[in-house]
Design a protein around this ligand. Structure first.
Ligand code: HEM
Length: 471
């Protein structure tokens, strides 16, 4: 007897074609597929297998609230294991994950890192100072380098240009392979040695690991106790007083770097991409940044922006801008869970082994949740805060992103510093297309803008470590 809960034959084939088609033709292919099937469609994904893509908040809630023996939140992350290791946060069993999150979370809350905001401000000032003035350029690569600088400082205290170059060189070699299309094929063939027999990857990974282990060893030898994330992890003890093994330390450092590497920079690039095409929002944000600087007496030279609407002070508008940019252009395309026991979802019984993937952008474009969902309107967030199952750029449930607040702090600080220092325009008027890179949605032209210093006196002096910006 045919299984009444199985998706129709055409849907499995069409759904499977959606991923490669979306890579070639853009995200509207996914919208069309949801348009035909409603809130969920079945597909097959290389390396993941049988899957369903969902966008309905009620279904997402059901998945995220299901107990661990019915819905597993590790298996779909296994693809990250070659990089983050077997004990990396995203692939750890629920107890180990919870324990490590408790250790790391305090270090990732910006309020517990007073120096982090200060460091981010001077980093943003250096980045804006290093941008070409009055001519089109791609802001995206500069943001990626800057966010790596912030994350390496936070995670392992890298603060010297030469040290940064060394880490960047080693990491680039590993991640270049980890996001290539080669890894998909190798992951599919993993049981036949697709990953194990990959000498160039393992060589590069050993170089990275060597840097981490050397840093751990150096700190132990000198009895150095630092406040970065590695320091927090090195101080941690379990209930028997034992410290974390070097392997666990290494896997968490790589988990944080892997999680943070491009996500925040992509979120920021999209925020600038949207802002420069919405001058009213940009003007209002600039007014708020100026007011915040005046309150903190940080920017006596700042030129007032003409015709701007007053804001209610603080950082209400910059927060709203971030929430809205992460809604209309979420940097991560989807996150997933896996069915362990037959699970009824949206009128279908999903078989064990099925991956449930939440399509974040489709969820964020539900007109029932957001009137005119494609419009970029930060004002939506002035009277409400994001939350629940309708806004999920950082995923949700037990495995929600551990770096969410840090990412928002980095984004807000960069936006405030940039708008105080410069005016921004789009290099071209048309919107940048959404392009898929691994599981990210990136701006098709890497955020091309034209930047002009707001006051001649401020100008753009040569930055202190401008070679950082050439990566
Ligand atoms: C705008 C920036 C960011 C976005 C959009 C983002 C998005 C995400 C998403 C969608 C997930 C999967 C959550 C789930 O499965 O429910 C995730 C997990 C994760 N993210 Fe982020 N992330 C961002 C920034 C960061 C930063 C700055 C860090 C590090 C400080 C980070 C570290 C991680 C880690 C370690 C995980 C795995 C958590 C676990 O499995 O327990 N992310 N992130």
């Amino acid at each position: 007897m045919p299984d009444a809960s199985a998706p129709p034959f055409w849907e499995s084939w069409a759904g499977t074609a959606v991923m490669p088609a979306a890579l070639m033709l853009g995200e509207r292919v996914v919208d069309d597929m949801f348009g035909r099937t409603g809130s969920m469609f079945g597909l097959w994904i290389p390396g993941v297998g049988r899957s369903v893509m969902v966008r309905d908040p009620a279904l997402i809630r059901q998945v995220l609230l299901a107990s661990g023996d019915v819905i597993d939140d590790v298996e779909v992350n296994r693809v990250q294991e070659p990089i983050i290791g077997r004990q990396g946060l995203a692939v750890l069993d629920p107890d180990g994950n919870r324990r490590l999150r408790q250790i790391m979370l305090p270090a990732l809350r910006p309020q517990s890192l007073p120096l982090m905001r200060e460091m981010t401000e001077s980093l943003a000032e250096r980045v804006v100072a290093g941008c070409p003035a009055g001519e089109p350029f791609a802001l995206g690569p500069r943001l990626r380098t800057a966010m790596m600088e912030a994350i390496l400082a936070l995670t392992i205290g890298v603060d010297q240009p030469r040290q940064f170059d060394e880490w960047m060189g080693a990491l680039w070699q590993v991640f270049r392979r980890a996001v290539s299309s080669e890894i998909t094929v190798r992951y599919m063939l993993r049981h036949a040695g697709g990953i194990a027999l990959w000498p160039s990857f393992h060589r590069r990974k050993s170089e990275c690991d060597g840097l981490i282990y050397a840093e751990v060893e150096r700190r132990r030898r000198r009895g150095e106790d630092r406040d970065d994330l590695l320091g927090v992890l090195m101080r941690a003890r379990d209930e028997r007083g034992a410290r974390l093994t070097d392997q666990v330390l290494r896997d968490q450092v790589m988990s944080i770097i892997a999680g943070a590497r491009t996500t925040t920079a992509t979120g920021l690039a999209w925020t600038f991409e949207r802002l420069v095409r919405h001058p009213d929002a940009l003007r209002r944000l600039t007014a708020e940044s100026d007011a915040a600087a005046r309150d903190g007496e940080a920017d006596p030279d700042g030129e007032a922006v003409p015709d701007c609407e007053a804001t209610d002070g603080g950082d209400a508008y910059v927060s709203a801008v971030c929430y809205e940019a992460l809604r209309v252009r979420p940097p991560v395309a989807f996150f997933g869970r896996q069915v362990m026991r037959p699970f009824e979802l949206g009128g279908r019984v999903l078989r064990p082994g099925t991956a449930v993937l939440v399509h974040i952008r489709a969820l964020h474009h539900d007109p029932a949740l957001y009137p005119d969902p494609a419009e970029f309107r930060p004002e939506r967030w002035l009277a409400r805060r994001p939350g629940g199952y309708g806004w999920m750029p950082f995923g949700g449930g037990r495995r929600t992103c551990i770096g969410d607040r840090l990412a928002l702090m980095l984004m807000k600080t960069f936006l405030q510093v940039f708008t105080r220092a410069a005016t921004l325009e789009p290099a071209e008027q048309r919107d940048e297309q959404i392009r898929w890179r691994a599981v990210s949605n990136v701006p098709g032209d890497d955020c091309r803008v034209v930047l002009r210093p707001r006051t001649p006196r401020r100008g753009f002096p040569p930055p202190a470590h401008c070679h950082f910006l050439n990566h």
